[in-house]
Structures are given as C-alpha cells and as structure tokens.
Design a binder for this molecule. Structure first.
Ligand SMILES: Cc1cc2nc3c(=O)[nH]c(=O)nc-3n(C[C@H](O)[C@H](O)[C@H](O)COP(=O)(O)OP(=O)(O)OC[C@H]3O[C@@H](n4cnc5c(N)ncnc54)[C@H](O)[C@@H]3O)c2cc1C
Length: 261
C-alpha cells in the first residue's frame, strides 16, 4: 500500500494582507507554517503504515521555500517527499492546483490512498481534495474522522457531517480529506529531524510530471478574483445593568424587539 499526503504551506498569521493589484495574498515577509489540517493527514498516513504496512509519500506544490513543510513531514516519519515547483504553476486556482497534484500522484503511481486536509487555512475552499479525485478518476470521502478498516480492495471510514456521522465504504484507490477529530499528531523525533536535515528535497517541474500545458498555472485557472475586501466590523454593543432576574427580563425584551425570539 502507498499513502500519498498533499500538504500546503500557509502564512502563519490571521492578519493576511491582499495585494490590491493582483488580488493575491501577500506572502513576502510573512512566516509560513504547515497547514494545520495537513498535520492530521500526515499523522494518519504514518498510522496507516504502522497498522497495515506500506510506504508514505508527501507532496507539496509551492515556491522553493515550501520545502520546509516537506522537511517537517520527514521529521515526523514520512518516507518520501517531492516539491512541485515551477514558474508555470504560478497563479494556479484550485482546479490548476489539483491538476498539478494529480499529475505528480500519477507519476508516483501505485497509490492506494491520497490524504488531504479538510481545507487550507488561507484559501479555505476545501475544493482541492474532491477536484483531485476527479482528475485521478477515483472516489473521494470528505471529512473523515476515523478509518475503521483497510483491506486489499476497500476502505471503511467514518465521515463527520453537520449533525451526525456516517460509515462509508469505498473501493481503492481513494482520496480522503480528514478532520481534526481523526487523531492527535505526534511530535517530530530526533532521528526524524536529523534525517530531514540531511535530505535534499527532490523538486519536480512541469516537465517532470508531464500533462496538458493549458491546464497548469494561470492558463488552467478559470477562477478570476474580481474584487477582494474585508467585511466592515460594526462593534455596536449595549450594556444592561441590574440584578440577575432584572437582567434576564431586559435581555428577553431586547431579543423580542430585535425579532430574535
Ligand atoms: C485566480 C487565482 C489565482 C491564484 N494564484 C495563486 C498564486 O499565484 N499563488 C498561490 O500561492 N496561490 C494562488 N491562489 C490560491 C490557490 O488557488 C489556492 O491556495 C490553492 O488552489 C488551494 O486552494 P485552497 O487554499 O482553498 O485549498 P483547500 O482546497 O482548502 O485545501 C484542501 C487540502 O488540499 C491540499 N492542498 C491544497 N493546496 C495544496 C498545495 N499547494 N500543495 C499540496 N496540497 C495542497 C491540502 O491537503 C489541503 O488541506 C490563487 C487563487 C485564485 C482563485
């Protein structure tokens, strides 16, 4: 079995600035981290290997500095890593991103499970996992909170929905996107950190992964960001004072006035 994890480097801040010209996130000068949801995907791949045997692989599409998240993956115990980096990938929307990842996964080959986080903290579309499955022409199970069993030909998972859980069975290979509930990520080991330090991260360009030129980068991105702005935050508040019974009554009256109750 081969488990391939897609991991993304994201800005380590909630105070994201947007370039008014390009409408893109300004990443220069901002520290970056592994997308928090992807830590759960990495952990689950390592646990699958521990439970059922096999090999773990992590890939990331991004600029050269994204190799930091792949080093982190190695320090946690991932066997193989690849950075997908090429000017041709710049300006990718989710469709082009998932296409690029799918080309790399096809090159890796012989995979049973592709793991993604439920969403990236910066883009937050949650589209890459399902689109990846579409490009690879395989099924997808989103919001996986538990892997119950893995056999030669199928996987059984628990999917977290808004107000209930479902147990789903899918043939392999499959893409799964995971939620925080699935596990508790481990810390890097000393042995892992030493291995990460020594490892030269292999970089794959468009030529290495092949594919249809017009499906990469800006050319392959039908989404155009027309405008981007911050919502206006109206900090309107009302203070009530009095004894607790009185306060409850005042609150009820106010909520009735607003039509909330
Ligand atoms: C028109 C347009 C242009 C854009 N141009 C750029 C640009 O030039 N540079 C740029 O950095 N962003 C750019 N973006 C943002 C970029 O499209 C998204 O960050 C990217 O497609 C992933 O989408 P998301 O962040 O919503 O991920 P989600 O779909 O929320 O991510 C879900 C999961 O998919 C996996 N994943 C997502 N992205 C990657 C990745 N890169 N590598 C490995 N795994 C991944 C992870 O497992 C993640 O947890 C652009 C977006 C648009 C719409």
């Amino acid at each position: 079995m081969k488990y391939v994890v897609c991991i993304k480097q994201v800005p380590d801040t909630m105070d994201v600035r947007i370039d008014p010209e390009t409408k893109r996130i300004v990443r220069e000068g901002i520290p970056s981290i592994l997308n928090p949801y992807d830590a759960y995907a990495l952990e689950e791949a390592i646990r699958l290997k521990e439970r059922f045997g096999g090999t773990t692989v992590a890939i990331s599409m991004g600029p050269p500095q994204a190799e930091a998240v792949l080093k982190e993956a190695i320090s946690l115990g991932i066997d193989e890593v690849y950075l997908l980096s090429d000017r041709a990938f710049a300006g990718s929307d989710t469709l082009a991103t998932s296409y690029t990842l799918s080309r790399a996964i096809r090159k890796i080959g012989d995979f049973s499970i592709v793991l993604c986080g439920r969403e990236a903290m910066d883009g937050s579309t949650g589209q890459v996992g399902p689109e990846l499955a579409e490009h690879l022409e395989i099924p997808v199970i989103t919001y996986v909170s538990k892997i119950i069993s893995l056999k030669e030909t199928y996987i059984e998972c628990v999917q977290l929905l808004e107000d209930h859980y479902e147990t789903l069975r899918s043939p392999l290979p499959v893409v799964i996107t995971v939620v925080k509930e699935i596990n508790e990520p481990r810390l890097p080991s000393l042995k892992g950190m030493l291995r990460a330090k020594k490892t030269q991260i292999p970089v794959w360009t468009k030529n290495d992964i092949g594919g249809d030129d017009v499906q990469f980068g800006q050319d392959g991105s039908p989404t155009k960001v027309v405008e981007i702005w911050r919502p206006e935050i109206k900090k309107e508040g009302k203070t009530f004072t009095g004894e607790s019974d009185e306060l409850v009554e005042l609150l009820i009256q106010e909520l009735k006035k607003l039509g909330v109750i």
